[in-house]
Design a protein around this ligand. Structure first.
Ligand code: 13P
Ligand code: SF4
Length: 337
């Protein structure tokens, strides 16, 4: 099995940041002027703006890089920007900070959590691991630094199947914190995974009835789903993959329309890259719009402006924890290179 490279020592903190709020403004400009004001601040701060596909379209439109969790981790690992503004949720920015201890890593809203990360507290996870001392621990990137630090290997929805296939066949595997992703990985790899019982509140809400109705109305449509969805919905899908793989599928498949089982933020890039295709989002189980991630949607352009203007809120991590969490992330990057 490949081993992680030696944990990197923390470089010296960046010294060259301009004073607080170089724009001179004390409050954000009018909404119409925000994109230009953010671009000016981004240049002054020598910042890179990374955005997940689940962000609001207006945030995706001002980002330097839009990607899934794996692509954004890779870009965070490779950046030479002085400031990383991560438009996503906390665990994503924390991963960027683990990889970049000497850079300032900002988030628009510190409260942007994740039901998977929040549902897997480090102490309960330690107790779970203790019940399975011989298991190799594979954790989905949607977890805290304290859980990463207890893991042998990190994965994302893009590389989970490929990584598990590389693990020795005689070694039992503990998979956390997304049980739906774990069940899908187990099915594709033929490995019996011991699962932490976590789930994504967004991907748990899709209505099977609404999906079946859409299939009846659009028999020509391909059903595409994120592996965080429940197994009975994945059974109805023609194609399963991470957000970036779903985006590629919409571009490459000959189907004229798609029924999409993931957070609807992804529809923006799908519309931009395949404008002639019809996209149908599956609603939540009671017709609600709860298929939109409430954490991702905490981020706004005003908060992006504020973060670049004030260099807050910034992610901070205790160095000993960072170094332990870095090892399984580096192992993932090495194994999925
Ligand atoms: P990916 O970015 O791996 O597609 O995962 C989606 C997700 O839920 C991120 O929180
Ligand atoms: Fe977490 Fe689900 Fe939101 Fe992704 S969509 S950040 S897994 S709650």
């Amino acid at each position: 099995m490949p081993s992680a490279s030696a944990a990197a020592a923390a470089p010296a903190p960046v010294q060259s940041l301009p004073p607080l709020n170089p724009s001179g403004l004390t409050s954000p400009p009018a909404a119409a002027d925000l994109p230009a004001a953010i671009e000016a601040l981004r240049r002054q701060r020598k910042a890179v703006i990374l955005a997940h596909y689940y962000q609001e379209p207006e945030i995706q439109d001002i980002a330097d890089v839009i990607g899934d969790s794996l692509e954004l981790s890779r870009r965070a690992a490779a950046t030479d920007a002085e400031v990383i503004l991560f438009c996503g949720v906390h665990f994503m920015a924390e991963t960027a900070k683990i990889l970049n201890p000497g850079r300032t890593v900002l988030v628009p809203d510190l409260a942007a959590g994740c039901s998977l990360a929040d549902g897997c507290p480090a102490d309960a996870f330690a107790a779970f691991r203790a019940q399975h001392p011989d298991h190799y621990v594979v954790s989905y990137i949607n977890c805290s630094a304290a859980v990463k630090a207890q893991s042998d290997l990190i994965c994302t929805s893009s590389n989970a199947v490929a990584l598990v296939r590389q693990l020795p066949e005689d070694r039992p595997i503990l998979f956390a914190p997304d049980a739906n992703l774990g069940r899908w990985v187990a099915r594709l790899t033929g490995r019996a995974l011991t699962l932490w019982p976590g789930s994504c509140i967004v991907h748990e809400t899709f209505s099977e009835q609404a999906l079946l109705q859409l299939q009846l109305e659009h028999p020509e449509a391909e059903v595409i789903a994120h592996p965080e969805c429940q197994p009975h919905l994945l059974d109805l899908a023609d194609f399963i993959g991470s957000t970036s793989k779903l985006l590629e599928r919409v571009q490459s498949s000959p189907a004229p329309s798609f029924i999409v089982l993931t957070e609807p933020g992804i529809l923006h890039q799908m519309h931009l890259r395949a404008p002639h295709k019809t996209l149908l989002a599956v609603p939540g189980s009671d017709g609600c719009s709860c298929n939109a991630c409430p954490y991702m949607r905490l981020n706004t352009l005003e908060k992006v402006w504020h973060a670049l203007a004030t260099l807050e809120p910034a992610i901070e991590l205790e160095e000993e924890l960072r170094l332990r969490a870095l090892v399984p992330i580096q192992r993932m990057l090495a194994m999925s290179a």
